[in-house]
Design a binder for this molecule. Structure first.
Ligand code: NDP
Length: 306
């Protein structure tokens, strides 16, 4: 249920974050917007307000731990609590390794990796104490497959995948009831390509996006879907034992956790396909390997739950 949910969105000043903020607010969420460009946040919050939604905003640099703490405080002061965070801020200055754009490598590590860590560190005390919370993060198809020019970017997105998977496992083992969802978009028409300074990489990416790019609204739909998934009943298994939630695999939209600790989401996958995929795109591969990889690498989402 999205209505009334208090959600922090990082990277909310454009692209996927902006589209998600607007969609969630339209569905009744109370959204807390963070990014560095405060003027853009103000404009987006105004638009949400004019549509009857609820939004507050604050300048946020995800690389600064204190900024992340401050936005959690803003959520609580404004809306009386915090239910979810969408860790979405990111940069993609792609280039070949041989170009040695080491400043850009470090920028990606700072924003795409440390930004996620800072966000999680800011919300964890609240989520652990209240024994509920939802952490949603934007990885990328570059976190599932390697691409030329994407050695560092892909590495940061692979990190997000790994980190979220372990967070899911540990939350289950520790009984903190924290839910996770990892989003794997492909080519989404946003401002992301503006961060590419390597001429050849930029040309190649613009060509790819011109051909395959889709609207960030499609990713907003996926985030809304993840947030709206029903909470699964708490498992009764031991700390390290196999977890089963009888009936979970039989229908509806719940994901399940196998004995190996891998999450599969067959029912979720089908529901996702019904809701937002064109019929011709429905075939999915690899979900038995614990991932969603669309044949055209357009989008994906991985849900983690108890
Ligand atoms: P945009 O460039 O439109 O959005 C990036 C957002 O991140 C902006 O709101 C920007 O805001 C914010 N941001 C950047 N640095 C910081 C920082 N230090 N602190 C806080 N916010 C920051 O691109 P997208 O919407 O496409 O990107 C969103 C996420 O989606 C990224 O993580 C990206 O890697 C991922 N992704 C995108 C894909 C695509 O094809 N577009 C594909 C796969 C994944 P500001 O500059 O105001 O701080």
């Amino acid at each position: 249920m999205i209505k009334g949910t208090v959600v922090i969105i990082t990277g909310a000043s454009s692209g996927i974050g902006e589209a998600t903020a607007k969609l969630l607010a339209r569905k009744g969420a109370k959204v807390v917007l963070g990014a560095r460009r405060e003027d853009k946040l103000e404009q987006i919050a105004d638009e949400i307000g004019k549509e009857g939604g609820q939004a507050v905003y604050q300048a946020l640099d995800v690389t600064k731990p204190s900024d992340n703490d401050d936005i959690v405080k803003l959520a609580k002061d404004s809306f009386g609590g915090l239910d979810a965070i969408f860790l979405n801020a990111g940069l993609m200055p792609s280039s070949p390794v041989s170009a040695l754009k080491t400043d850009e490598w470090n920028q990606m590590v700072d924003v795409n990796i440390k930004g996620v860590l800072n966000g999680v560190a800011a919300v964890m005390p609240t989520f652990v104490k209240q024994k509920s919370g939802h952490v949603i993060a934007t990885s990328s198809v570059a976190g599932l497959k390697a691409y030329p020019n994407g050695a560092v970017y892909g590495g940061t997105k692979w990190f997000v995948r790994e980190f979220m998977e372990v967070l899911r496992m540990e939350s289950a083992m520790e009984g903190t009831n924290i839910r996770t969802a990892t989003i794997y978009p492909a080519a989404i028409n946003t401002e992301l390509l503006d961060t590419i300074t390597d001429k050849h990489a930029s040309e190649a990416m613009h060509g790819l996006y011109a051909q395959f790019g889709i609207s960030p609204d499609r990713i907003a739909d996926v985030v809304a879907f993840a947030l709206d998934c029903p909470k699964t009943p708490r498992s009764t298994s031991s700390r390290w034992g196999r977890r089963t939630n009888p009936g979970e695999n039989r229908g509806g939209s719940a994901a399940s956790t196998s004995g190996k600790g891998e999450t599969h989401a067959p029912c979720h996958r089908q529901t996702l396909a019904r809701q937002i995929r064109p019929a011709k795109d429905r075939a999915c591969r690899s979900h038995h390997e614990g991932r969603h990889e669309h044949p055209q690498l357009r989008r994906g989402v991985r849900l983690g739950r108890l």
